[in-house]
Design a protein around this ligand. Structure first.
Ligand SMILES: [Fe+2]
Ligand SMILES: [Fe+2]
Length: 498
């Protein structure tokens, strides 16, 4: 039995007895009273009171934001068993002069009851709570849980700077030794936000894998906001339902044609300072039936973003998704033909500046490009499927004309954003060697393996990207192109989607 399975069973056993107390009318929010004599009998030494056992300790706490990047923080966490005491996010700010002791011990003045739903595929509960209207300039300190069930430690999330700021991007992580090397290095590397481009835990339907993944990630993801895209391994995990359940993202884009509740959404957009981000599924969850709706939303969202950029409100439009459009990974080059036909012309039409992806377990960065050729008015694709799931190789044909940098190994990209400029570094560590066995190991000596910069488009280029969003019929025309493309595809387009 794995340690996580053991602990899950233990907590389940404990929770059964605590639930009996709740059912008998105990206040679930306060510990059960302990009977003892008013005066201790003489000659009996003082025995310290036992620390109450936490019946439902929160696990896997991770922070994101669903509303404003500066003034809201969302917490998501899990408790074992199919019932739990009423649980809370308690929070406050860190004030000038507070030391670690004061940060932990000073009472938290605000609390929000968590919204609870069953965790997909396992006897556990997913808790979510969002604190909003926070002061943008002060660190956020918080804990999650309950008196009876147990509390997380008090943790701190630094405020997101309003001018110069940074984020880190990678995908394809899993729970093996390479993944741990990447997480440890990310933890050592300052950033204000983490973006994970899909294939997060590789649970593939086995929910105990998520417990291991969240345990490994907790030091990072409980202190740094993280937002994720769904990958094909999220599709293998209850068709994407586990992903929707275990993460809390912003709602659908503001331009969404569908309104209503959307926890753990799979496509969404948000702004951080002068950068607009759109996260898409790129068809990773194609069986959930939302792709047509998503495509209309992508059109509307990017169209509006291009108008805002031309008006000087933002500098950059960045899209994150799991699947790359173009690649030189062995077995998958030169491109994903479905994305070339359906998505790339949307990205080029509205002048997306950068496309952040994973899926292929290599690092490869393009020059500004479109449709497989270098184009100064195109987008930069940054493929960082190097989160540690495995290390793959490039094909034997050599890099395509658009490719500007290639690396075999593990690592992550760090983006330092200032007005009008994004300076990017890929920080990587090579495997021990290129054989199948050696690629599974690394000494974890990370260094900067690529460096580049993206600057904002000039006014004329921005105006050229102001286009009306296409409607359902116009998108259907893209689909007919897609049919044609697939029928006429050259043999070199055939690739696997593993
Ligand atoms: Fe992957
Ligand atoms: Fe993948």
């Amino acid at each position: 039995m794995s340690p996580s399975e053991f602990s899950r069973r233990r907590f389940l056993a404990v929770s059964a007895s605590s639930l009996a107390l709740v059912a008998c009318g105990e206040d679930s929010d306060s510990p059960s009273p302990v009977e003892r004599p008013a005066t201790p009998p003489e000659n009996v030494p003082d025995v310290p009171e036992p620390t109450p056992v936490a019946t439902h300790p929160p696990r896997g706490a991770h922070v994101s934001f669903t509303v404003d990047a500066h003034t809201s923080r969302s917490l998501t966490w899990f408790s074992d068993g199919d019932q739990a005491p009423v649980s809370f996010l308690e929070y406050d700010t860190v004030e000038e002069g507070m030391d670690d002791e004061a940060i932990s011990a000073t009472p938290l003045r605000h609390r929000i009851e968590s919204r609870v739903e069953a965790t997909t595929g396992v006897a556990a509960l997913t808790h979510r709570a969002t604190a909003s209207d926070l002061p943008a300039d002060k660190p956020f300190r918080y804990r999650v849980g309950s008196e009876l069930g147990g509390w997380s430690p008090v943790r701190v999330v630094e405020p997101l700077p309003v001018k110069d700021w940074s984020f880190i991007h990678y995908g394809d992580q899993g729970t093996g030794p390479l993944a741990k090397l990447v997480t440890d290095e990310v933890l050592k590397t300052p950033s204000d936000l983490v973006l994970i481009a899909g294939d997060l835990s590789y649970a593939d339907g086995t929910q105990s894998v998520w417990d291991v993944w969240f345990d490994q990630q907790e030091a990072l993801l409980s202190t740094r906001p993280m937002l994720a895209a769904a990958g094909n391994h999220e599709e293998k995990d209850f068709g994407g339902d586990a992903f929707k359940n275990r993460f809390t993202h912003p709602g659908k884009p503001a331009t969404s044609i569908i309104t209503g509740d959307n926890p753990g959404s799979t496509f969404y957009s948000f702004d951080v300072n002068r950068v607009h981000f759109l996260v898409t599924t790129a068809g990773a969850l194609i069986n959930d039936g939302t792709l047509p709706e998503e495509m209309l939303n992508i059109e509307a969202d990017l169209s509006l973003a291009a108008v805002r950029r031309a008006a000087g409100e933002i500098d950059f439009i960045v899209v994150m998704q799991h699947f790359p459009i173009w690649t030189d990974q062995d077995g998958r080059s030169p491109a994903n033909p479905a994305l070339v036909a359906l998505e790339e012309n949307i990205i080029v039409r509205y002048g997306v500046d950068m496309l952040l992806v994973g899926h292929d377990h290599i690092y490869q960065r393009s020059a500004p490009m479109s449709f497989g050729l270098r184009n100064p008015l195109g987008y930069v694709q940054v493929m960082v499927g190097t989160g540690g799931a495995s290390v793959r190789l490039f094909d034997a044909n050599g890099p395509q004309a658009w490719s500007a940098s290639e690396f075999v190994g593990i690592g992550f990209a760090r983006y330092r954003v200032s007005p009008g400029r994004i300076a990017v570094e890929f920080i990587g560590a090579p495997p021990l060697g290129l054989s199948d066995e050696e690629r599974g190991q690394s000494t974890g000596e990370f260094k900067v393996e690529d460096r580049f910069e993206v600057t904002s488009r000039d006014a004329m280029a921005c105006r050229a990207c102001v286009q009306a969003p296409r409607n359902r019929l116009e998108l259907a025309a893209l689909l007919s192109d897609y049919t044609q493309t697939m029928r006429d595809r050259p043999a070199r387009y055939i690739h696997s989607h593993g």
